[in-house]
Design a protein around this ligand. Sequence first.
Ligand code: ATP
Length: 199
Amino acid sequence: MQLKSIEIIGFKSFADKTLIKFPGGMTGIVGPNGSGKSNIAESIRWVMGEQSAKNLRGSRMPDVIFSGSADRRSLGMASVTLTLDNSDHFIKTPFDELKLSRKLFRNGDSSYYLNEKQCRLKDITDLFMDTGIGQGSLSIISQGNVEQIFNSKPEERRSIIENVAGVYKYKQHKSTAQKEIDETTDNLNRVEDIISELQ
Ligand code: ATP
């Protein structure tokens, strides 16, 4: 699996449509302070489903939409598309190439697409779960993250290790199953109450 390119339109400082290609090997992005290097890393995190505006250095999600500059009006929509080469099927899907897109409008309307077909955020999170590249993964370490990991509590560090080791997915499934069991038990108790009231 390899990141092939990112197309950014209207996301943070990228007002114009910008295509960044990753031809293989190691790619370095260099530029003066404030030129948008971190915004590129954040665009990757965003398209993979980041839900916290704070993690993207904003206070509300629409803050990621280009807000205008001295010579340009603000835009009404941000869109990011990530293209991944999946010919080794590292991500468990039959597709050899994956195109992942996210769009957000100023009124808050937002949508996700997988190979140009609209999908749910859950489809994307499930696809990347335990691959080490999904939402909240450690494949993108932003400024300040390293210090945060060093200063984190042992339980928080444990969850990092569980994520890397692939245990996290099973914990999520267990907690969903437990929730369903609890709901079913509540329903059964209710039915028993009704039966005893009727007897
Ligand atoms: P450094 O090297 O200092 O870390 P950088 O190259 O990583 O800088 P970024 O932090 O990615 O730069 O970009 C910061 C720039 O992005 C700032 O000029 C900021 O005004 C601009 N910016 C952030 N959000 C928006 C937005 N919604 N609309 C327009 N510009 C934005």
